[in-house]
Design a protein around this ligand. Structure first.
Ligand code: ZN
Length: 309
């Protein structure tokens, strides 16, 4: 069936919207600042008007669904955003907190609307591009400002009891004492994240550019420790899930000079031996800003097929 899916990727900085065809190609897309939502008096109404305007401007008359990826956990209904920690209004409140985004939009737009965690949509796209959809167990871990993770079991998302599973950035590191932005201490992100890397730059290499940190200092102890911390959470996940493949990427790993060979060796060295007796593929996901839009369309297709079945 020919149908266009409207995919959205709403992160802390950018909001991307695109129309995706059956061949998983973006026909037309737009990018805007995410603060268009955080500054809006009524963010849900604003989001609705952005989508409606995009449909009208591009004369899209065969829209099968709207599918939204958002930087937050999403409840198991695939409608309710749990908390946009990284997107807040002027009063410091999350833009969406236990907000049923899909129900409102569906009522206004009169088409199916699905909401998903942004990392999960990116993994859908990576799994598609790397032909991993039919594998038994695929993990995606992305280290950007924070840490995002997703798991596909037989191509379907692993969600946990409520949808809050895999908040990997806040997995406790043993005896970690560093304060985390979430208010706990010693979380993964305190040692392995973009914001930790920024703080290392400030502490050890003040005035230098983050873009060159691995090129200029990758072999020095602070960066070696940092890469080890990043690999640690991968080894934990591999040991828990026994994956066929782990896809990895994100702004930190995409930096020039990030020692991917050393990183991959560390991940495998520290993964449990039973898992390593089978082994798994580590697949680097090269940077591409369209993955979130394409992945949200793939997710919508899965949801539509489920409803039609
Ligand atoms: Zn935390």
């Amino acid at each position: 069936m020919n149908r266009t899916i409207i995919g959205l990727d709403i992160g802390g900085t950018n909001l991307r919207i695109g129309a995706v065809n059956d061949n998983k190609e973006i026909i037309v897309s737009r990018i805007m600042d995410s603060d268009i939502l955080s500054k809006a008096e009524r963010p849900l109404e604003k989001l609705c008007s952005i989508i409606q305007a995009f449909i009208d401007e591009n004369r899209l008359d065969d829209v099968g669904a709207v599918s939204i990826g958002v930087a937050s956990s999403v409840a198991n209904d695939f409608e309710t955003v749990i908390c946009t920690t990284n997107m807040r209004n002027d009063r410091g409140e999350p833009v969406f907190e236990h907000t049923n985004v899909a129900a409102f939009l569906r009522e206004q737009l009169r088409i199916p609307v699905y909401v998903n965690n942004d990392t999960s949509n990116i993994l859908f796209c990576d799994a598609y591009r790397n032909k991993l959809e039919d594998r038994r167990l695929v993990i995606g871990i992305y280290i950007g400002t924070g840490v995002g993770a997703s798991v596909l079991i037989d191509g379907k998302l692993f969600k946990g009891a409520n949808g809050a599973a895999l908040d990997l950035g806040h997995v406790p590191f043993y005896k970690g004492e560093d304060p985390c932005i979430c208010s706990k201490k010693g979380c993964c992100e305190c040692y392995a994240s973009g914001w930790k890397l920024e703080s290392l730059l400030e502490e050890h290499y003040p005035g230098e550019s983050i873009k060159r940190i691995f090129l200029d200092h990758g072999d020095e102890p602070p960066l070696e420790e940092f890469v080890y911390s990043c690999s640690h959470v991968f080894s934990v996940m591999a040991t828990i899930f026994d994956p066929n493949a782990i896809v990895y990427g994100g702004g930190v790993i995409d930096l020039d000079g990030f020692p991917r060979d050393r990183f991959e060796a560390l991940v495998k060295e520290n993964t449990g031996l039973d898992v390593m007796s089978y082994g798994f593929d580590l697949i680097y996901s090269s940077p591409d800003n369209e993955k979130g839009i394409i992945g949200s369309a793939i997710f919508a297709e899965q949801m539509l097929d489920k409803q039609e079945a």
